[in-house]
Design a protein around this ligand. Structure first.
Ligand code: ASP
Ligand code: MG
Length: 408
């Protein structure tokens, strides 16, 4: 029986003409085996960064239709090249941009959310033995503006397409063979994990793991699409992202996740009254900025007694949007931006039933002399903002403390 399968290829998988040609060879083999692929591709590696750098030379804070039109263009290049490579091999293809397929999103530029996809067009193409090759990362809003889904958003395009055609799995091909207990570049003893639950993967993505885009995991969870992250360069299974009930081993902590590009905004004095904070965080949320660590404290200096300080962290990518919002809202407030921060977190569904994880987390960082700037916890994670310089020792020691190290 032939199987319709959405297959997403990241930037390195289409990073050069040689890679595109060998990807086309692999797809030809998949088709010969009876698979009916729907392909989603990212831009060639490095291209989106180049486009962003061009825009930022003109105005680092501009976000709007022109920005999205610019940064969405990388995918147009990669899908066309891949289509040409497949046509050369005798495979019929149809390269598709978001507007041609009707990937409808809201109008939050640079962070749009998919509202609707017309899956029937894809099925029609597949039934005619035509391989749809869809530009990841982009959408179109109700006014026909091009939108983009946030960095790494091609994963979300793929899982949303899988949901739209009611597929029960989606393959995400990337340059790593699996999801690890930590980023192996930071923690050399990190191990591959064969299964994570949607909740764990969502926390990991929210906390800085770049392996999968957070929205793709949310959509997977909501529509029951199992996500299989695997290597473009090796033909073997990687990591499955599944409902919690299907993940057998429930480690107390299943991963140590970090975001090396955390920025902290400090505001003083916070305008009095409850209105300011509500307005600030509402506006940031409307722009798609995720603020997950917030602290407010009273000044203890005699001259400013009673006035409030506010600190919150965002990822570096959200600094321009945040700065824009603060420019509008925080009048007569001292705004300080500290950029060389990192966020370190431990995640695991097993934390729900095991007390004492916080104690071990803080004791480990204390033993390593790592000062903690701000902290936050949820049912299945603990995170702290620390200085970038302390990241490596914090990550490796937490990885050891929670018995995640590879045994060799
Ligand atoms: N090309 C986009 C990016 O670099 C989308 C993606 O790769 O998923 O963020
Ligand atoms: Mg990616």
């Amino acid at each position: 029986m032939s199987k319709i399968l959405v297959k997403k290829y990241g930037g390195t998988s289409v990073g050069s003409i040689e890679r595109i040609e060998s990807l086309a060879d692999r797809l030809v083999r998949d088709i010969a085996r009876g698979e009916k692929p729907i392909v989603v591709a990212s831009a060639m590696s490095g291209e989106t960064n180049k486009l962003i750098a061009l825009a930022e030379k003109i105005d680092p804070d501009y976000r709007g239709p022109a920005y999205d039109m610019l940064i969405a263009s990388g995918e147009q290049v990669s899908i066309s090249l891949l289509a040409i490579a497949l046509e050369k091999r005798g495979v019929k293809t149809q390269p598709l941009l978001a507007y041609q397929l009707g990937i409808l999103t809201d109008s939050t530029h640079a962070k749009a959310r998919i509202k609707d996809i017309n899956g029937s067009k894809l099925i029609e193409l597949v039934n005619k033995n035509i391989v749809p090759i869809v530009a990841g990362f982009q959408g179109v809003d109700e006014d026909d503006n091009i939108t983009t889904l946030g960095r790494g958003g091609s994963d979300t395009t793929a899982v949303a397409l899988a949901a739209a055609i009611k597929a029960d799995e989606c393959e995400i091909f990337t340059d790593v063979p699996a999801v690890f207990t930590a980023d192996p570049r930071l923690v050399p003893k990190a191990r591959e994990v064969s299964k994570f639950s949607y909740d764990e993967m969502m926390e990991m993505a929210a906390l800085g793991s770049k392996v999968l885009h957070i929205r793709c995991v949310e959509i997977g969870a909501k529509y029951g699409v199992k996500i299989h992250l695997r290597s473009t360069f090796e033909e073997r299974e990687g990591t499955w992202i599944l409902p919690e009930g299907e993940v057998m081993e429930q480690a107390v902590v299943s991963s140590v996740t970090h975001d090396a590009n955390t920025a902290v905004f400090k505001l003083f004095p916070v305008p009095p009254g409850p209105g300011f904070l509500a307005e600030l965080f509402k506006t940031l949320a409307a722009k798609g900025v995720i603020v997950d660590i917030i602290t407010q404290s009273e000044s203890d200096e005699p001259s400013t007694k009673g006035q409030q300080r506010l600190a919150f962290s965002v990822t570096k990518e959200d600094v321009p949007l945040t700065r824009q919002v603060l420019k509008d809202l925080a009048k007569n407030v001292d705004v300080n931006l500290i950029e060389n921060m990192a966020k370190i977190s431990v995640v695991g569904v097993g934390m729900r039933n095991h007390p004492g994880v916080a104690a071990r987390f803080f004791a480990t960082l204390a033993t390593q002399n790592v000062p903690i700037h701000i902290v936050t916890t949820s049912e299945i994670k603990i995170s702290a903002v620390i200085s970038q310089a302390d990241l490596q020792k914090a990550a490796t020691s937490l990885h050891t403390e929670f018995s995640l190290d590879k045994i060799d």
